[in-house]
Write a protein that binds this ligand. Structure first.
Ligand code: AHM
Ligand code: MG
Length: 339
């Protein structure tokens, strides 16, 4: 049977042909990342059949309880990506320190950051989860990189992507030349290009926020949400719809598909813990901001473009507002009016 579908591998090799001096190193690194995501996808699909649900009984560096699958997915990512010689080091949401490439493997010129299982509070209830990753160039000490080497602005990312483990498994990636989505064909074990050049509509009537935190928000965020909730009778003159999945990957994927605004804003609860937000800059905010901007959307803290932030630490957290451009700009304007 003739099959003229484009696989992710074919897509990457064809993209690489247009880059002068490309060695295939980066394409090969992405292939390993894709393999790690396929392994995690298979475990998520099998769920309790594999005995992987439930708590691990440990806490991560963020002080959060780890699920068994958080720990296993992290291990899968490390083992699948450490051996091939493309990476100088890795950093994960689940590990306090930078992960050095073991000395018996060759080292490469890239740095990889990842959240191996984002939205893992959803895993036991069989709701979509995902993996988020970002690739940076190692510019300084590539023999023994430290946290400092990872502290690059989001604009420096070479590639960002996520895998969504939903009713179907998808992989969405950008290398700074638009956003493309691939669906895993379980029968042949390959990701197939199904969503070429994804774009986010500029206007939307859908927003996503954990409204149980409303009492902790700042006035601009309250104003925005109250105006949406007021519907046709309010200042927006339109009815709005709300969604909250508590899986950022699923939330961003919905926005890439039909538009919308997603926010985990600055709040007083986080402030009391000395944190600027809930989501992590290096593992969640930057890769998603890169993808969203490449799809024609915007990503802001309310006060700054996310991709312009100079990171101060590996596990730094930031407020996140992303999605349809007009809505992100409106909420940023409310911040400016307030300050
Ligand atoms: P995680 O990386 O520990 O899973 O946390 C990140 C997740 C995001 O996917 C989601 O947007 C948010 O946390 C949900 O938070 P909450 O449970 O406060 O609604
Ligand atoms: Mg996460």
């Amino acid at each position: 049977m003739h099959d003229n579908r484009t696989t992710l591998t074919q897509f990457l090799i064809e993209e690489q042909r247009h880059i002068a001096g490309a060695t295939g190193d980066f394409t090969s690194l992405l292939n390993d990342i894709v393999t790690a995501c396929k392994v995690i996808s298979s475990m998520v699909n099998h769920g309790e059949l594999m005995g992987v649900l439930g708590q691990a009984g440990s806490e991560n560096v963020q002080g959060e309880d780890q699920k068994k699958l958080d720990v296993i997915s992290n291990e899968v990512f490390l083992k699948t990506n450490e051996w091939a010689g493309h990476l100088a080091a890795m950093a994960s949401e689940e590990m306090e320190a930078v992960y050095p490439i073991p000395s018996h493997y060759p080292k490469g010129k890239y740095l990889l950051t990842f959240d191996p299982l984002d939205g893992s509070s959803n895993i036991d209830v069989n709701v979509s989860v995902g993996t988020i990753f970002s690739i940076l160039r190692c510019k300084g000490n590539c023999v023994n990189p430290t946290a400092e080497d990872f502290l690059q602005r989001g604009t420096e990312q070479v590639c960002a992507g996520y895998a969504l483990y939903g009713p179907s498994t998808m992989m969405v990636i950008t290398t700074g030349n638009g956003v493309n989505g691939f669906t895993l064909d379980q029968n042949i074990g390959e990701f197939i290009l199904t969503h070429p050049r994804m774009t986010i509509p500029a206007a939307t009537r859908e927003f996503a926020v954990n409204a149980s935190n409303m009492r902790f928000w700042e006035p601009p965020v309250r104003r925005y949400v109250e105006e949406c909730l007021a519907g046709r009778e309010g200042p927006r003159g339109e009815d709005f719809n709300m969604r909250w999945i508590a899986s950022m990957v699923a939330e961003v994927h919905r926005i890439l598909t039909r538009g919308g605004l997603f926010t985990y804003p600055y709040d007083a609860k986080m402030q009391a813990r000395g944190l600027e937000g809930k989501l992590r800059l290096m593992y969640e905010a930057n890769p998603m901001a890169f993808i969203v901007e490449q799809a024609g959307g915007a990503a802001s803290t309310g006060r700054h473009r996310i991709l312009d932030i100079q990171p101060s630490s590996l596990h730094q957290r930031v407020p996140v507002i992303l999605g349809s451009k007009e809505e992100v700009e409106r909420l940023a304007a409310y911040h400016a009016e307030h300050d």
